[in-house]
Design a protein around this ligand. Structure first.
Ligand SMILES: O=P(O)(O)O[C@H]1O[C@H](CO)[C@@H](O)[C@H]1O
Ligand SMILES: O=c1cc[nH]c(=O)[nH]1
Length: 277
């Protein structure tokens, strides 16, 4: 999406952070420490109402995806894979008190839904990152498992994102903060990409590749679709745009990866979108 402020009113600033050895999930908000209580409103959790270190202190993997049903199915799958003692049917939605997101905990794995688009996943990520921070979690890996539209790849391929890019094919996320635009990096953990790619090679008939993922603010006009309620470009313009995206290294399109990459990177989560194209 283009900046919503004129260029002259755009103080560009970059937030930077790198991954460190043993890494606690950290927040970057000086006000949080002085707060008597932190209510994670959209997760229906809080520091006074729940013992977050006891509930979540052992979390090492967080898997997120748009749809609540997908994330429940993934939780049941993980329950089976990890051969946990309790019955699979007992896998309970921790956020059942709110109908915004669902969350399941299966041993060290959290499975959470985030809805569609940047604003929806960003609210969930703010509260998830605070939750992992309050629970004193360290060395947490987060993976987004989503659907996406492939560009120049065989249908059904899995794209492991190395870098999330915006609609201009740039590795950045522009966050509007008050009336400023702050540009954040969207580089992702390269080792994790290789690790996931190597795992995929052990599974027969599992076409997988590593590439850039383009994140748009809209499913229809933003992704060059000709079948939305509005369409102001020609088929030729659409094809030209997608070809330029391919040349820039984009292999799939979805709607959350830039903010996901930017926030996880800043707060010490090793992150990776991983998508069906
Ligand atoms: O499959 P999920 O995780 O919902 O993600 C993709 O699907 C939605 C659009 O249909 C967008 O949220 C896009 O990013
Ligand atoms: O954003 C998305 C998600 C799934 N498929 C697409 O084509 N785009």
């Amino acid at each position: 999406m283009a900046s919503i402020l004129p260029a002259s009113n755009k103080p560009m600033r970059s937030d930077q952070n790198t991954y460190v050895g043993k890494c606690f999930v950290h927040v970057k908000n000086p006000y949080l420490d002085s707060m008597d209580e932190d209510i994670l409103y959209h997760l229906d959790l809080g520091t006074k109402t729940h013992n977050l270190p006891a509930m979540f202190g052992d979390v090492k993997f967080v898997c997120v995806g748009g749809s609540p049903n997908r994330m429940k199915a993934f939780a049941l799958f993980m329950h089976k894979e990890l051969r946990l003692q309790d019955r699979g049917e007992d896998v309970k939605d921790i956020c059942a008190g709110t109908d915004r997101y669902c969350m399941y905990k299966i041993g060290p794995v959290l499975s959470i839904s985030h809805g569609m688009g940047i604003p929806s996943i960003s609210i969930m990520l703010h509260e998830l990152i605070k939750l992992l921070h309050h629970a004193q979690c360290c060395d947490v890996t987060i993976i987004r498992m989503g659907t996406s539209g492939g560009i120049g790849v065989a249908p059904g391929s899995v794209v492991i994102t190395d870098t999330a890019v915006d609609s201009f094919f740039k590795p950045r996320f522009e966050q509007v903060i008050l009336d400023n635009i702050v540009t954040r990096s969207t580089e992702l953990d390269k080792e994790l990409a290789e690790e996931l790619f190597n795992c995929s090679r052990e599974i027969p008939n599992f076409p997988t590749l590593i590439g850039h993922t383009m994140c748009t603010y809209d499913f229809y006009e933003g992704q060059g679709r000709l079948d939305g309620a509005l369409c102001s470009f020609s088929r030729e313009k659409k094809v030209d745009y997608l070809k330029r995206a391919y040349i820039a290294g984009v292999r799939n399109i979805e709607m959350e990866s830039t903010v996901f990459a930017a926030m996880c990177r800043l707060c010490g989560l090793k992150g990776k979108p991983f998508m069906n194209a």
